[in-house]
Structure formats: structure tokens, C-alpha cells
Design a binder for this molecule. Structure first.
Ligand code: GAR
Length: 200
């Protein structure tokens, strides 16, 4: 059984996709050991509570410095027994210390086809605004391992989504979520649980 910790900051629709896939037995041999949010009011925490999943808020604001925050995160994840850390809309930039603690055991979902529209400043709706501004006709989502850079780690799986005439950033975001993100993330976790994608 692959135990995972899911890190969130907002609405948690990707967390919901993992929960739904587990409950429908489309995602097997996987258990969510812990959900961590950096924001107390993140709706993702409500989603976890509604499904009886252990969750907590660990905010950098509540710690004297970054090292103390990192240690609290590392302790919570290790304490949960999680072997894989899943960033599902987690908007805190990770430190090298945190990444080293879970080397090749952290995956992230990003709402574009990396290497397009990624890196510093590209998150959430901003990614889709940039894609529309550039006029690309195909976008999508990427799940990748996390290394010490921003969106630079090895790519695990990608799914393309068409941009349509008249798209707004919000409409495109929703299509990328529905057609790519909510399918990709459970699929990658299944591949890791099955040993088809090795972790550290
Ligand atoms: C998702 O679209 C995710 O890909 C994106 O934030 C959204 C979170 O939505 N992540 C990034 O932009 C990371 N760079 P959710 O809270 O509903 O899952």
C-alpha cells in the first residue's frame, strides 16, 4: 500500500480527484495518510475532513524562520508514514532542505505542457493567462518529479488539451483540469503504486 501525503493551498480539486479515484477503486493500493495546507481556510481541508482523511495546517507564518517551518513539514510527513509527497496546487516554494529530505519522492502537477509556461511566477490562473496571451492552440498539464528548481524536475506524464476560440483563462483552466489534471494525477500515483514509475 502506497501511503501519500498531499500538500495543498486552495480549492483542492486535484485532491478531490485523488479521493474520488480511491473511493471508486480506480486508484488502488494507495492511501492518503495526510493532507497538509499552508492556509487555514483552504477548502481542500474541508474536502479532507468530509472524507475522514487526517489533515492539518502548517503555515510558514507560524514559524520563526524557514528552517523551523521545513522541519515541521518534514516531521509531519515522516510521522504520517507517507512514502510519496504529492503537490496538488501547493503554492509554497520548496526549500532545498525539504526537497533533499524526500529526494525523488515528491511529485507536482503543473497546468501547462512543461517547458512552456512554467517556472517562477507561473501558477494557477496566471499559467492560462500566459498561454492565451501567447496564442498557443494546444496546452495541457504535466506531472513531474520535484527537484531544487521550479518546474525543472524529470517529467513523468503529460496530457494535451485544445485551446478553443473565445476561451477565457477561467474557461481554459477548467478544461485543463477536467480533461488533463484530474486524470493525470491519479494515473501517475497508480503508476508509482504499481512500481511502474520508480521513486527514490
Ligand atoms: C491546479 O490547476 C494546479 O495545476 C495548479 O494550481 C491549481 C490548484 O487547483 N498548480 C500550479 O499552478 C503549480 N505551479 P486545486 O487546488 O483545485 O487542485
Amino acid at each position: 500500500m502506497l501511503k501519500i501525503a498531499v500538500l495543498v493551498s486552495g480549492g483542492g480539486t486535484n485532491l478531490q480527484a485523488i479521493i474520488d479515484a480511491i473511493e471508486k477503486k480506480e486508484l488502488t493500493n494507495t492511501q492518503i495518510a495526510l493532507v497538509i495546507s499552508n492556509k487555514k481556510d483552504a477548502y481542500a481541508l474541508t474536502r479532507a475532513a468530509e472524507h475522514g482523511i487526517k489533515s492539518c495546517c502548517i503555515s510558514p507564518k507560524d514559524y520563526a524562520d524557514r528552517a523551523d517551518y521545513d522541519q515541521a513539514m518534514i516531521d509531519a510527513i515522516r510521522g504520517s508514514g507517507a512514502e510519496l509527497v504529492v503537490l496538488a496546487g501547493f503554492l509554497v516554494v520548496l526549500s532545498a532542505r525539504f526537497v533533499d529530505a524526500f529526494s525523488h519522492r515528491i511529485i507536482n502537477i503543473h497546468p501547462s505542457l512543461i517547458p512552456s509556461f512554467c517556472g517562477d511566477g507561473f501558477y494557477g490562473l496566471r499559467v492560462h493567462e500566459a498561454a492565451l496571451k501567447r496564442g498557443v492552440k494546444i496546452t495541457g498539464a504535466t506531472v513531474h518529479f520535484v527537484d531544487s528548481g521550479t518546474d525543472t524536475g524529470p517529467i513523468i506524464m503529460q496530457k494535451a488539451v485544445e485551446v478553443q476560440d473565445g476561451d477565457t483563462p477561467e474557461i481554459l483552466q477548467r478544461r485543463v483540469m477536467e480533461q488533463a489534471e484530474w486524470k493525470l494525477l491519479p494515473a501517475v500515483i497508480q503508476a508509482i503504486a504499481d512500481g511502474r514509475v520508480p521513486i527514490g
